[in-house]
Design a protein around this ligand. Structure first.
Ligand SMILES: [Fe+2]
Ligand SMILES: [Fe+2]
Length: 156
């Protein structure tokens, strides 16, 4: 097994994205609309979903994990929509309460989704992914942004 593991890198991204989103509401609690951490976390989350759907999930499906992958794809659709909504309310800067409510909905979706990925899908990832796919994932994690216009499969 090559080091670092894909599972570790993706789990680390879950934590970083959670922290970035939480920074937005922490700033709200201090009376400040600080949207940059949210925008950065949103971009990271969309790219994270892209990497999963375009690179990791096909390998997991080929290994027989059709059911769990189908659930993750559906949840990505819900997460993507909640994220759209959060970016919108953050940009409008109208209601703190509404922004917090939308944030809490997204955070709840992410918690359930990430726990499942980390328990069921990620443990398989380093055994099912071939070297070419591993390099591609590592490249995207390090250097790349979401291709323009890409949307998760559930909403495409
Ligand atoms: Fe995911
Ligand atoms: Fe994930």
């Amino acid at each position: 097994m090559t080091d670092p593991r894909i599972a570790d890198a993706l789990e680390r991204e879950h934590r970083e994205i959670d922290a970035g989103l939480a920074e937005f509401t922490a700033a709200l609690d201090g009376g400040e609309w600080r949207t940059q951490p949210l925008l950065d976390a949103a971009a990271a989350l969309r790219r994270h979903i892209y990497i999963e759907e375009e690179m990791l999930f096909p390998a997991l499906r080929a290994a027989g994990l059709w059911g769990p992958v189908a659930v993750m794809l559906r949840e990505h659709g819900e997460i993507w929509s909640a994220l759209d909504e959060l970016e919108e309310v953050a940009g409008e800067q109208v209601s703190d309460d509404n922004a917090r409510q939308v944030y809490r909905r997204l955070a709840a979706l992410l918690e359930i989704h990430n726990d499942k990925e980390e328990a069921i899908l990620y443990p398989q990832s380093d055994t099912v992914v071939d070297e070419a796919t591993r390099s591609r994932i590592e490249h995207y994690l390090e250097h790349s942004t979401l291709p323009p216009g890409w949307t998760c499969q559930a909403l495409a």
